[in-house]
Design a protein around this ligand. Structure first.
Ligand code: GDP
Length: 207
């Protein structure tokens, strides 16, 4: 199957929401705690190895990064819409000073509440430690704004199949009632769940 996210390109890195590309078209945000595997997942989904920098360069992960995608058409006869992925700063990176942490909490909050082109969030969580405080906060934000959320439980290669399935089931049970939330297991090195995740992103963009 051709990759619908192929052709993603770096557009810009921003320190504030108002530095992001114009708020039109549709976009999906990627969020997660530092080291959860967000950059690896972005690279696997777009099929572009060097697109998002992995944790070897943590400074880069302390920005909001916009990537353009091929335009999305939401129905016959309608004009194609600009489409983007937004890589939100990794949350909880240990060496980040408190003031910067507070800055990002505020910017992520502003972004999630006000960004009109935002169609959904992909939440990246290590399958061995899902639903930490940050992940619950993200689910809560999405729930209250009526935004769809798709959770990638990464590093599934670190668990047996059975353990991974149990972790997925436990996560799904924890979703707030009535929330538009979906989840899957994922592994970057094993390319596990890559197509499923691509389809989820496309669904969010079209939502
Ligand atoms: P980020 O900080 O969330 O962007 O995380 P990275 O993508 O940079 O990954 C953090 C570390 O976890 C790196 O050493 C990756 O090689 C590793 N990693 C990422 N995804 C996976 C995965 O699915 N399985 C395993 N075993 N390691 C992973």
């Amino acid at each position: 199957m051709p990759n619908p996210l192929q052709g993603a390109q770096f557009v810009l890195a921003a320190h504030r929401v108002d530095q992001l590309p114009a708020d039109r078209g549709v976009e999906v945000a990627f969020a997660g705690r530092s080291n959860a595997g967000k950059s690896s997942a972005l690279n696997a989904l777009t099929g572009h190895r060097g697109l998002a920098r992995t944790s070897k360069t943590p400074g880069r992960t302390q920005q909001m990064v916009a990537f353009s995608l091929p335009p999305v058409t939401l129905g016959e006869g309608r004009p194609p819409l600009e489409a983007r992925l937004i890589d939100l700063p990794g949350y909880g990176y240990a060496k980040v000073p408190e003031a910067l942490r507070a800055h990002w909490k505020q910017e992520i909050d502003a972004y999630l509440h006000r960004r009109e082109s935002l169609r959904g969030v992909v939440l990246i969580a290590d399958i061995r430690h899902p639903l930490k405080e940050f992940d619950r906060m993200m689910l809560d934000f999405c729930f209250h704004r009526g935004l769809a959320c798709h959770v990638l439980l990464t590093k599934a290669d670190k668990l047996s199949r059975n353990q991974a399935a149990q972790s997925l089931a436990a996560l799904r049970k924890g979703f707030p009632d009535g929330m538009h939330a979906t989840a899957q297991v994922f592994s970057s090195p094993d390319s596990l769940g890559v197509e499923e995740a691509r389809e989820a992103v496309v669904r969010l963009l079209q939502g």
